[in-house]
Design a protein around this ligand. Structure first.
Ligand code: DGI
Ligand code: FE
Ligand code: FE
Length: 191
């Protein structure tokens, strides 16, 4: 079975706590995909693979970003931002994922981006609200997930992340701000 095979492949790549998070994201992403009319199997596989590079070697990730001609801006920002784009590369090259939507869901799961697809939003939100996450405000986000539209939920989760980073005076990757503005302007009907 694809799920079992892929989950087994994640085990040696991460500590147990992250593996448990991966299962939580997977189940949450499947529930959200079902709720919001998205492909449940695509959500499942993208979620299983989303943090495959969370503990990858930093120098190797840096080299991959350069060699694969990924956004060079990434290198100026915290290495935490590298595991999504590099994870998408690994999903394609090591796990044979060819579906662009699934690859983008992995690629942009940390930052969001302009023009996110619904599948990308599902994985982004699942990553934040899966049952093992513990941070102030997470219960409110879980509650919001019960009633809000996918768009409003994405705006709520993203603005929580951006505000958290800003409260600690950490740099915010431009894709996150651009995503935030894109979602709000589309909601207003200006785009
Ligand atoms: O990999 P996870 O922990 O499951 O979640 P994630 O992929 O959303 O990564 C969260 C980490 O990334 C967290 O330590 C905050 C950091 N992060 C997310 N967006 C930004 C960021 N750090 C900086 N400096 N700038 C960002 O825009
Ligand atoms: Fe992540
Ligand atoms: Fe994650």
């Amino acid at each position: 079975m694809e799920r079992a095979r892929l989950l087994e492949a994640m085990k040696p790549r991460m500590p147990e706590k992250r593996y448990i998070h991966t299962i939580g994201v997977t189940d949450t992403a499947m529930t959200l995909a079902e709720k919001f009319g998205q492909d449940v199997q695509k959500a499942e596989v993208a979620a299983i693979l989303h943090d495959s590079c969370k503990y990858a070697d930093k120098d190797w990730m840096k080299q991959t970003i350069i060699e694969q001609k990924m956004d060079p801006t990434l290198l100026a920002y915290h290495h935490e931002l590298w595991h999504g784009p590099v994870g998408a590369y690994v999903a394609e090259t090591e796990f044979g994922i060819t579906d662009l939507d699934m690859l983008n869901a992995i690629r942009f799961h940390t930052t969001g981006r302009i023009g996110m697809s619904d599948l990308e939003k599902v994985v982004y939100i699942a990553d934040m609200i899966e049952p093992n996450r513990k941070f102030p405000g997470v219960d409110e986000l879980r509650e919001a997930a019960k009633s809000m539209s996918l768009e409003d939920l994405m705006i709520t989760c993203l603005s929580h992340s951006i505000q958290f980073l800003m409260s600690k005076h950490q740099p915010v990757f431009p894709d996150s701000f651009n995503c935030y503005n894109d979602l709000l302007l589309k909601k207003k009907g200006n785009l």
